[in-house]
Design a protein around this ligand. Sequence first.
Ligand code: DSN
Length: 420
Amino acid sequence: MNKPLSEFDPQIVDIMRRDLHRQQNCLTLIPSENYASQAVMQMQSSVLANKYAEGYPGDRYYNGCEFIDLIETLAIERAKRLFGAAHVNVQAHAGTQANMAVYHALLEPGDTILAMKLDHGGHLSHGLPQNFSGRYYNVVPYGVDKESGRINMNGIAALAEKHRPKLIIVGASAYPRWFDFAQWQEIADSVDAYLLADIAHIAGLIAADLHPDPVPYSDFITTTTHKTLRGPRGAIIMCRNEFAEAIDRAVMPGLQGGPFMHTIAAKAVGFKEAMEPAFKAYQKQVVKNAKALAQRLIENEFRLVSGGTDNHLMIVDLTATFEKLSGRQTANHLEDAGIVVNKNTIPFDKRSPVTTSGIRLGTPMVTVRGMKEPEMQLIGDFIGEALRERKSTAVKNRIREKVRELCEQFPIYEDLNLWS
Ligand code: DSN
């Protein structure tokens, strides 16, 4: 029982180490992933994982919560300060659970939600028919304009007027442009709808004042904590004070039992990191890097949905360059060359979400490694060459070696032996 992990279970330690080396030797451009800091990971693997604490600070169903209460209160206070929110629930296990809690607090089955379609950039929990959200609610989907690749606010206003939703969701998993939350609030107010901003992807940018702020305009805000925000895997829900009790009750006992106190402590560490000046500098570089990568991809004759990016991600429409190549095949070719991206639908995609006609790229992880604009130009060229020469294993191997050399100059953590 008390043997060191590497002695007790060398099999799993070996697999973990192999993934550590994969992370170190590949360029990961998946915009929803990030490298959590060592401090965040240290807290997430702490003794706090041992404690049950159903309930909320000062009002638990378990004894022994004296220090747990201090931790959850600290996480809440830090999140409030970071985003300027009135009320924060830090117990949601993940982004989908955070969205579920808002629906559970507000809606009855059959109520109408206006939300973005998955293939235009939305999320599963925004009403995909196969997801609980599409099954229990009447979801009216909106998308982007075919020509501009952007959301047309007049179209949103018309849909809201026609369908009178009880809830409007603004937010996406694959939309490279800003959301003007003030305009969304105006539309929600005009039809007496509640407004939920799902900022999972852009939370880090918002915390660093690099994207319009949803807090003054939204009734509810959900976010994961592990994407641009760079905390542990998890989520939080922010809301106006009038909804505080409904949200807390929707999370527990509505949807979850015991909170993950080790994760809540790690969220608190992540929020403290996000209030440091270095975090703002990091987010600024994330955006600069995304613009530099987008520009280089365009120079390599790729078409980007909406023509570019304002945030940390971009969507490549492969139909314009390699008509026969699906997103799935493209992501596999790039993985052969040491570049990890994910396949993604493009708006009005003729292929299924499993095959797709696009890929999604983002810069949060390469930026944590310290890469800047010159490296983005290299990466754009690697992607261009790997796909043009995709039939040549020799070319992909050569690029993979160059990728490995670049990665060596920019380690993901200072000390890779930490997990020995
Ligand atoms: N939000 C998804 C992503 O962007 O990868 C994960 O659920």
